[in-house]
Design a protein. Structure first.
Length: 126
């Protein structure tokens, strides 16, 4: 009888969303937040999508300009140019892992059944 009670409690605290679908979406398209749209977390889904767009469209342009400006300054003999070029490259090195880390944490949470939907219910059912 205690087993039945724990099953009822677990089903009440469990999302109706599929962990299989969530894990596939997270693995394949998680870097742009598609899995978050599926579970109803539209706000953070949009945030992940905007972060992806910034990271792979706007940021390379900004850091490329910094790099080229630094390289041009270095060629003319200005010692500060090398620092500007290094800043552009090092900023990309630090920003990209943040995106990967967010995706990886979400993916691990989905796999272990601790990822929650928009109603704060854990997605456990495969």
């Amino acid at each position: 009888m205690s087993t039945e009670n724990s099953t009822v409690i677990n089903s009440e605290n469990t999302s109706k969303k599929s962990r299989t679908v969530t894990s596939i979406l997270c693995f394949l398209l998680g870097f742009i937040g598609v899995h978050r749209f599926y579970v109803g977390k539209v706000g953070t889904g949009i945030l992940m999508m905007l972060w992806f767009l910034f990271l792979y469209t706007i940021a390379p342009v900004i850091f490329g300009i910094l790099f080229l400006a630094g390289a041009a300054s270095a060629m003319t003999g200005d010692s500060g140019g090398v620092g500007t070029a290094a800043t552009g490259l090092s900023a990309m090195i630090y920003i990209i892992p943040v995106s990967v880390l967010w995706w990886l944490i979400d993916f691990i949470f989905v796999l272990v059944g601790k990822f929650k939907d928009s109603k704060k219910l854990e997605i456990r059912k495969w």
